[in-house]
Each structure stands twice: as structure tokens, then as C-alpha cells.
Design a protein around this ligand. Structure first.
Ligand SMILES: Nc1ncnc2c1ncn2[C@@H]1O[C@H](COP(=O)(O)OP(=O)(O)OP(=O)(O)O)[C@@H](O)[C@H]1O
Length: 555
């Protein structure tokens, strides 16, 4: 990812780096100029005015190129941040629901906040590193040009420093990795803090336990690990500073003790260059922790196994369902939840065989945990079958999942309510049509709509579900899945759902799957599929004359 993002911005990066090199060249020229002026201090024939003018001209050029390159670098940082954000949102959107569920929302959330920030900081540091590295390399070249013997001496000291620095860097990265793992847990706790607000507020003992025994130890661990990680980089930074001074001292002493043939001007020039180098070298050393955190974040992002399919060309087109479909065939379909290392048991459904025709109203029934919702998620393409095949008019669902999924509109029990109402074309729906359904669902006194945007979604649970129904209705999909929609509705709306809405949808030619425990309404189904421990069998409806004893004991 790191490499890909650098490539994406290579043009600006190259321009910024080239300007940085030019600016660094002017920096070196200033040193060289000062150096030659020192040599002429005792020479009365020297033209100091001319020297001064060149000095100011060089200063101006140095300032101009520095400002321009820094401006481009800042622009680059912002662009990098924008593209990391876009890239991550695209990757999450391209990732299957299955994988997101498996990874866990808190980890994705931690990545969307923490890792994006860390990666942005690292990538933004790349040009600064390039700028300072260019300065350092040019200074080295300048020193090498002045005296290769003295340069070898300085180089040896610096290589030694770099080997130790690399070892320290590896330890630091390891410690940042440990911190990052703890951060995942912190985000999980943050989520509990918000989502569990009711439970925490009502029960003081839980609140105390959550604070003292869950959150505080987590935060303390992060504190200790972060300090220990930064300690490594403090040691690293001081070590490299020390080495620079050591190089400075060694130039002075080595030129006296071992390399006595070297001219004083050359030694002075080396000292001046090394002093000048303290600035760029300090910047480079200070970016070590930033780079380390970026590396850890980049590895963390890859570990989430988000989709790399971020080619969103088709984002500009709409997928359209076939309203005239005739056959939905579910052939030997099975699904098994993937097992975690600490899972002793994992649930599976199937093999399921079923053939559905357009316009059928099918009830899915069975006790808690028998696999109804799991089947519904497989049916609408949120989960990919682990065995068997689903075909719509003979076309396997896996050929084009987005195309297949667009045939469904769903309301699961943990549904999310968007405040933008969109129609079948994926554009904001017509206000008058929305208002008609707000009235029908008795929400018109609570919610208004303007340009397809609902005024509020802050409603009671039952009302929110009704609003969910409105959104689903406006999507105008050929197939609907309602997962215990009526469970928390009052008798009026429960009756409305089974006796009016289902009939209306059927009349419109829609196919409806209803997960239900409401036995008294089973007569509104065309077919009933009963689930038991992941297995499905079709049973007769209670109203059927030929009903068997089994059809009476439905759940
Ligand atoms: N995300 C998941 N990861 C792993 N296993 C899961 C997951 N969701 C559900 N399960 C397993 O699948 C089983 C069936 O769950 P499912 O939600 O399909 O039941 P259900 O029939 O819809 O139940 P209910 O009537 O209570 O809604 C659960 O008992 C659980 O063991």
C-alpha cells in the first residue's frame, strides 16, 4: 500500500524532491561561500563586496527554493491524506460483508482512524525525508570532494551509527506493534462505552467495573507500552546525535593524530559541514518513530485482508435488477461460519435445495439460533455459499455479486437507517412519494422530507423499523427479505405488515421472504420453510386442508 501510494503521487514527489535538492545545493553553496570567505579574511586584495552580493543572492535563491519545495511538500501531504482516506473507504466498501463481520467493526474503525492518521504522517514525512536526505548526501559528496581520507573517517563513524540505529529501530517497531494491538482493544472498549451507554448508566456497579477493571487496565497498558516504544526512539535519536558529535570530534582529532597532511581549511570545511548537517540529521532521526508507526499501521491494514479491488470505474454506473425474473434456484447450498482459533463450535446450514418463483411470499420459521438469518444472508448474497450454488434464471449468483444482490432489499434485525432515501436508480427519491408512505406508516407527524433527505431518524425502535420499511419500499427491489420486522410492532402495524403490505407487494409481483415467529399470521404465506439446526424443510401451511399434525406445531 505504502509503495502504491508513493507511486500514485510520483509526479509531485519528484518535483518536490528536485526542488529540495536545488534548495539543498544552495545551502551547501552558502557553506562553501562562507568557507572561501574565511580563507580570504586576511587577504586585503579580496573583493568582499562582490562576495557579499553573491552571498545574498545565494541566500535569496535558497529561501525561494526552500519555500516553493516546502509548499509543494505540504500540498503533497494533504493529497496523500485524501487518497489514503479515499483508498481505505473504497477498500472497506469493496470488502465482503462476511470479511468485515469476521474482522470486527472495532478493528476496521481503529484502522479508519488510527492507521490512516499514522500512514498519512509517514507518507507526509517522505518528502521531508527526501529533502533532508538530499542535503545529507550532498554534504557527504562535498566532504568526499574536499578530502576522501577524512570523508572515509567520518563515513566509518556514521556507518557504525546506522547499524546500531537499525537494530534499535527494529526493537522500536516491535514495541509499536504491541501498542497497536492494544489500540484495537481500546476501540472495542470505546464502542462498548457508547453502545452500552444505557446498561452502564443504569448499573453503577457495571460502570465501576467497566472503568476500573476493563478500560483503565487497557489504557494503562497502552501508556506503559507507548512510553517503552518511545524510549527506544529517544535512545536512538540521542545515539545518532552523539555519533554526529563524535564524527565532529573525530575529524578534529584524526586530522591532528592520524591524517596530519590535511589542510586546516579542509578541516574547518568538514566541521562547518557537519555542524550544518546537525539540522537535517535531526529531522531524519525524528522521523524514525513516525516511520515506525507507519510501517506498523501499513502491516495492520494488510492484516485486515480488506479487498484490494478498488477499481471503482463501475461506481459511476447503476446496477439494475431484472424485474421479470422467473426462477431462483438454490441448489445444495451450504454455509459454514469460519472458525476462530478459540472457537470450539461453529455453526453451519444446509445443504438446502429450493426453487422459488417470482411473486411468492415465503415464510422462514424455526426456533432461535436455527439458521434463518444465516440463510437469509446467504440468499441475498451477503454471505457466499461454502457449497452449492444459487442461480437466478440459470445465472450463478457468484458471476456478478453486485448485480445479483441488487435484486434484494432487506431489513435485518440489526438494520442501519440511512437518512437519505434512494430509489431503484440509486438517486434521491421523490419527496411526494416518500410523503405518501410517511402518511401510510403514520410517521408524517414525526418525520419530514426534503430533497430525499429525512429530517430525523431519532425515533422509537418500532418507528425506526417503519422508517426502514419506507426506505426498503422506495428501493423498489424485486425481492424483499424481512427478518422479524413485525416483532416489535404494535398490533395495528403488525396486522398492517402481514395483511396489507405483504399482499400489496405480492400484487406488485414482488417476492417476499419473511422471517417470523408470529404463528397467527402464517396463513399469509404461500409457502413455509422450517429451519432446525441449520437444516431446512418445507411444511404445509396451517390453512391448507391437507395440513399434517406437524404443520400445527410450527415452532
Ligand atoms: N457472525 C457470526 N459468526 C459466527 N457464528 C454465527 C454468527 N452469526 C450467527 N452465528 C451462528 O449461527 C447460529 C444461527 O444464527 P441465526 O442468526 O442464523 O439464527 P436465527 O435462526 O436467525 O435465530 P433468531 O430467531 O434468534 O434470530 C447462531 O446460533 C450462531 O451459532
Amino acid at each position: 500500500m505504502f509503495y502504491r501510494l508513493v507511486l500514485l503521487h510520483k509526479k509531485l514527489l519528484i518535483i518536490a524532491t528536485l526542488l529540495s535538492v536545488v534548495s539543498a545545493l544552495f545551502g551547501i553553496s552558502i557553506i562553501s561561500l562562507v568557507n572561501s570567505e574565511i580563507e580570504q579574511v586576511s587577504d586585503p586584495s579580496s573583493d568582499a563586496i562582490k562576495g557579499l552580493m553573491i552571498f545574498f543572492a545565494t541566500l535569496t535563491a535558497f529561501l525561494t527554493f526552500s519555500v516553493i519545495s516546502q509548499y509543494i511538500l505540504t500540498k503533497l501531504s494533504v493529497q496523500i491524506m485524501v487518497s489514503i482516506r479515499e483508498n481505505m473507504v473504497q477498500r472497506v466498501l469493496s470488502t465482503s460483508y462476511e470479511q468485515i463481520e469476521k474482522v470486527g467493526g472495532h478493528r476496521i474503525f481503529a484502522t479508519l482512524t488510527k492507521d490512516i492518521e499514522a500512514l498519512t504522517a509517514t507518507l507526509s514525512a517522505v518528502p521531508h525525508v527526501a529533502y533532508n536526505l538530499a542535503t545529507v548526501l550532498l554534504c557527504f559528496a562535498y566532504m568526499g570532494y574536499q578530502s576522501w581520507q577524512l570523508f572515509l573517517w567520518v563515513g566509518g563513524v556514521l556507518v557504525l551509527a546506522m547499524i546500531v540505529a537499525q537494530l534499535l529501530m527494529n526493537v522500536g517497531i516491535g514495541r509499536f506493534k504491541a501498542v497497536r494491538e492494544l489500540d484495537d482493544n481500546l476501540f472495542k472498549n470505546f464502542r462498548a462505552l457508547i453502545d452500552g451507554g444505557k446498561e452502564l448508566n443504569i448499573n453503577f456497579n457495571r460502570k465501576r467495573f467497566f472503568y476500573n477493571d476493563v478500560v483503565t487496565p487497557n489504557i494503562d497498558q497502552i501508556k506503559t507500552s507507548t512510553i517503552s516504544a518511545h524510549l527506544i526512539f529517544i535512545i536512538l535519536s540521542n545515539w545518532t546525535n552523539l555519533i554526529l558529535f563524535l564524527a565532529l570530534g573525530s575529524v578534529v582529532f584524526a586530522s591532528q593524530l592520524f591524517l596530519s597532511g590535511i589542510a586546516t581549511e579542509v578541516v574547518v570545511s568538514f566541521v562547518l559541514t557537519l555542524v550544518y548537517l546537525i539540522g537535517p540529521m535531526t529531522v531524519l532521526f525524528n522521523t524514525f518513530p513516525v516511520v515506525a508507526e507507519g510501517i506498523v499501521s501499513s502491516q495492520k491494514i494488510e492484516k485486515l485482508q480488506l479487498s484490494n479491488d478498488v477499481l471503482f470505474e463501475h461506481m459511476n454506473s447503476t446496477v439494475t435488477p431484472s424485474y421479470e425474473w422467473t426462477n431462483l434456484d438454490i441448489e445444495s447450498v451450504g454455509y459454514e461460519y469460519s472458525r476462530d482459533d478459540n472457537d470450539e463450535y461453529n455453526f453451519s446450514i444446509g445443504p438446502i435445495n429450493l426453487s422459488v418463483e417470482r411473486g411468492e411470499v415465503i415464510f422462514l420459521i424455526g426456533g432461535n439460533g436455527c439458521g434463518k438469518s444465516t440463510f437469509a444472508k446467504v440468499l441475498c448474497g451477503l454471505y457466499t455459499p461454502t457449497s452449492g450454488e444459487i442461480r437466478l434464471d440459470g445465472k450463478p449468483s457468484t458471476l456478478d455479486m453486485d448485480q445479483y444482490r441488487c435484486h434484494f432489499s432487506t431489513i435485518f434485525s440489526d438494520f442501519y437507517l440511512f437518512d437519505q432515501v434512494i430509489d431503484a436508480k440509486g438517486i434521491l427519491a421523490d419527496d411526494d412519494k416518500i410523503r405518501k408512505y410517511l402518511v401510510k406508516l403514520k410517521l408524517n407527524e414525526k418525520v419530514t422530507v426534503q430533497n430525499g433527505i429525512l429530517s430525523t431518524t431519532e425515533l422509537s425502535h418500532g418507528q425506526r423499523k417503519r422508517l426502514g420499511l419506507l426506505l426498503s419500499y422506495m428501493e423498489d427491489a424485486p425481492i424483499y427479505i424481512f427478518d422479524e420486522w413485525a416483532a416489535d410492532q404494535d398490533p395495528y402495524f403488525r396486522n398492517f405488515f402481514y395483511s396489507e403490505l405483504l399482499t400489496e407487494l405480492k400484487t406488485l409481483g414482488k417476492t417476499v421472504f419473511v422471517i417470523s415467529h408470529d404463528e397467527q399470521y402464517f396463513t399469509f404465506s404461500d409457502r413455509i420453510l422450517k429451519f432446525e439446526s441449520g437444516q431446512m424443510k418445507e411444511i404445509l401451511r396451517p390453512s391448507d386442508k391437507a395440513a399434517t399434525r406437524e404443520s400445527v406445531a410450527l415452532v
